[in-house]
Design a protein around this ligand. Structure first.
Ligand SMILES: C[S@@+](CC[C@H](N)C(=O)[O-])C[C@H]1O[C@@H](n2cnc3c(N)ncnc32)[C@H](O)[C@@H]1O
Length: 464
């Protein structure tokens, strides 16, 4: 077809949203993905990346806007790669996120009519993020910039405030850039692997207001950092600690493995689910505190835990879910690969006088098969890639009566649920999507899974 080539202009009606957030349309039986559009838009598109059956296009003109379109709250929404959905009404974002989960379960998991609830929202759709990590660069006028990369590039969009971040970061974001400039500290250049400062990290306890400031550096050579850190602590009463994290590798990963507290405390305090948590600059903590808490409430009421139960929280982080749930069971066990997170989880248990929890450092892949008991409830909260095969196989062999799978990627959740539900060993009772990342295409979902009654008798014995 003559128009199906790079650079051509075509007219498309957007009929869906992809799981990466692009609008999806059809042109003569071929699929076209168009960023910055939404279901219901009619658009003129320039084809930029063309394959025989599908293409990526760039929005050239909005011919007929969808009723789901809104004016973005962010003035750089059209450039910044941080959010994909600022132009979509929040109401429709939630509809699209639920559809994303349903479609993944149907297409990848093979589940017909999966029981997916409306998306859970814990609070506002703006100003919700408790953590920001901004890359830094020098502008063409020689000023230090911090922000997010432009869509599809490594060009920075400079920000002095970001509408999805907690607004208490704003004064620091502007002034810390100026201080870095005044000190003459060198910024990291990723092409040449030269310079020092790679990222500016800010983290806040939403309930306590305590803020941590972290500079991710290639090496420790920041002359005057101690004086500057003390000055920042004096200037910002909410700032409780300034740290350096060293990442000397050529990598896209933000944090390296070594963190040094320069002034103040190495952690911030946060109230979560009625407990006090100490949170470090680089350990995992859900970025939307209120939604995480609302989801925990649902997990708690759905599980209706028994005082005699044993709970395994695989992928437990600093114990954010383990510790509130531990109060309702006989024994809780947490597996976590990051030693700093385990240290912090143990400390968090101590701070809250929770004595029935054991945190173990290691991978779930190694620790789960060597467990000599079968927990009554297994909580899985893996990274986006989901659980390794060995984890699924071990669960199918041990047959814990209940599994709760907290997922940050619907496609890997669907893949893993398919394995657990094959041959009817497990079945899904409920899927609760939750919005931890408003204004973006990301969606979390929790699946509640029970062992089929047919297999209850054949459950692997306590001693394996
Ligand atoms: C999505 S986070 C969940 C943390 C915790 N459940 C929470 O809500 O705060 C996943 C955690 O799993 C850990 N992790 C990643 N791969 C792992 C593995 N193979 N074995 C054990 N832990 C792992 C990460 O370090 C991270 O803390």
């Amino acid at each position: 077809m003559e128009n199906w080539q790079q650079g051509e202009l075509i007219e498309v009606e957007i009929t869906d949203l992809s799981d990466t957030g692009d609008g999806v349309g059809r042109w003569q039986d071929r699929v076209v993905f168009v960023p910055d559009t939404v279901t219901g838009d009619r658009v003129l598109v320039r084809l930029v990346h063309v394959k025989p059956n599908y293409a990526y296009g760039k929005l050239k003109q909005l011919l007929q806007p969808s009723s789901h379109r809104i004016r973005p709250s962010c003035i750089v929404a059209d450039k910044c790669g941080g959010c994909q959905w600022q132009h979509i009404s929040y109401e429709y974002q939630l509809v699209a996120k639920r559809n994303q989960v349903i479609q993944a379960l149907e297409r990848i998991g093979g589940f017909a009519q999966p029981p997916v609830d409306p998306v859970l929202v814990g609070g506002e759709s703006l100003g919700y993020r408790n953590k920001a990590t901004y890359p830094l660069s020098i502008s063409h006028t020689g000023h230090v910039q911090a922000g997010y990369y432009q869509k599809g590039s490594h060009q920075l969009v400079n920000l002095n405030q970001c509408p999805v971040q907690d607004a208490r970061f704003n004064p620091l974001l502007l002034e810390v850039k100026q201080d870095i400039e005044k000190r003459g500290w060198l910024l990291y250049n990723e092409q040449r692997h030269t310079g020092v400062i790679r990222h500016l990290g800010l983290r806040i306890g939403r309930r306590t207001g305590e803020i941590l400031l972290t500079l991710v550096v290639k090496d420790w050579s920041l002359p005057g950092i101690k004086d500057q850190a003390l000055e920042w602590l004096k200037r910002y009463p909410q700032l409780v600690g300034v740290s350096l994290n060293r990442n000397g590798d050529r990598t896209n990963a933000i944090f390296g493995s070594e963190t040094r507290c320069i002034a103040g405390t190495p952690y911030l305090r946060e109230q979560f689910a009625g407990l006090e948590f100490h949170v470090l600059p680089d350990t995992f903590f859900q970025v939307y505190t209120e939604t995480a808490e609302a989801l925990l409430q649902i997990i708690k009421s759905e599980l209706n835990l028994q005082a005699s139960s044993v709970l395994l929280d695989a992928y437990c982080g600093i114990g954010t879910l383990t510790l509130p749930l531990a109060k309702h069971v006989n024994q809780a066990i947490g597996f976590e690969v990051q030693p700093e997170a385990v240290e912090q989880a143990i400390l968090n248990a101590r701070i809250n006088n929770i004595n029935n929890v054991t945190f173990i450092t290691g991978t779930v892949e190694k620790l789960l098969p060597s467990m000599d008991i079968t927990p009554d409830v297994v909580l899985l909260d893996p990274p986006r890639k989901g659980c390794a095969n060995i984890v699924m196989e071990t669960l199918l062999q041990k047959k814990p009566p209940r599994i709760v799978y907290v997922s940050c990627k619907a496609t890997t959740l669907a893949r893993d649920l398919k394995l657990l539900c094959q041959d009817g060993v497990y079945s899904i009772t409920r899927i609760q999507p939750a919005d931890f990342f408003p204004q973006t295409a990301h969606v979390e979902a929790v699946a509640f899974i029970v062992l089929s009654q047919l297999y209850e008798g054949s459950k692997s014995s306590k001693k394996l």
